[in-house]
Ligand binder design. Sequence first.
Ligand SMILES: Nc1ncnc2c1ncn2[C@@H]1O[C@H](COP(=O)(O)OP(=O)(O)OP(=O)(O)O)[C@@H](O)[C@H]1O
Length: 236
Amino acid sequence: MLRATHLTAGYPRTPLLTDATFALTPDTITGLVGANGSGKSTLVRTLVGLLPPLSCESLSFDGTDLAHFRHRLGYMPQHADIDWEFPATAFDVALMGRTAGLRWWQWPSRTDKRAARDALARTGMQEHLHLPISALSGGQRQRVLLARTLVSDPELIILDEPFAGVDAASQRAIMDVLHKLRADGATILLVHHNLAEVADFCDEVLMVGQGRLIAAGPTKQVLTESAIAEMFCLPS
Ligand SMILES: Nc1ncnc2c1ncn2[C@@H]1O[C@H](COP(=O)(O)OP(=O)(O)OP(=O)(O)O)[C@@H](O)[C@H]1O
């Protein structure tokens, strides 16, 4: 279980989310929702260690400081760090999830390559293994990035807008993968804008807005009209 206690996330002199305490449980898909600019990506970047917390009592996974757990964490950023015109294949990108930690003199092993093929198969991309990434559609690119995220079998999976630019078929494929991961015991956090889909798809919700965590808990309890009005600063 991921536990954040009294976490304040943001940038120097600009706290965006103050004093948040929440937990993410295994076998659960949690949706992180909030208005544009409310700090969802900032919170995600803090959880994955790309931004230091402005302050925090504790940030742990299964009792281990999250800083020591990063190798068991899979992160798919909102904006991929990839030049899609680069002459690489879907397989090369998936393999990057295994090789990022290798030294320059080390080559991917047979196990690494098998893991990349398996991860692409899990996201339904096995037939496009050797396609150049420049030839992939938006949805196929997201599935390849998901494969790269999953290639090391992370226990904690954090996805920032995984459905951005994705058609219904790819969205369904990604959702199916996440359901299987949940059934296998993964802890999953995803940022998503579509509240109707969050209501359908997520077991739990973290709702951020107005500089704080507005609500956290089971989807039906959190996605109430008054909480949504507060999230969008509307009169309730
Ligand atoms: N490096 C930075 N330094 C200072 N402020 C930043 C930095 N990066 C982002 N911000 C600001 O932090 C605020 C929150 O940004 P963030 O991307 O976390 O919001 P978000 O909820 O993910 O938004 P969206 O729904 O549009 O993706 C924005 O006002 C943004 O301009």
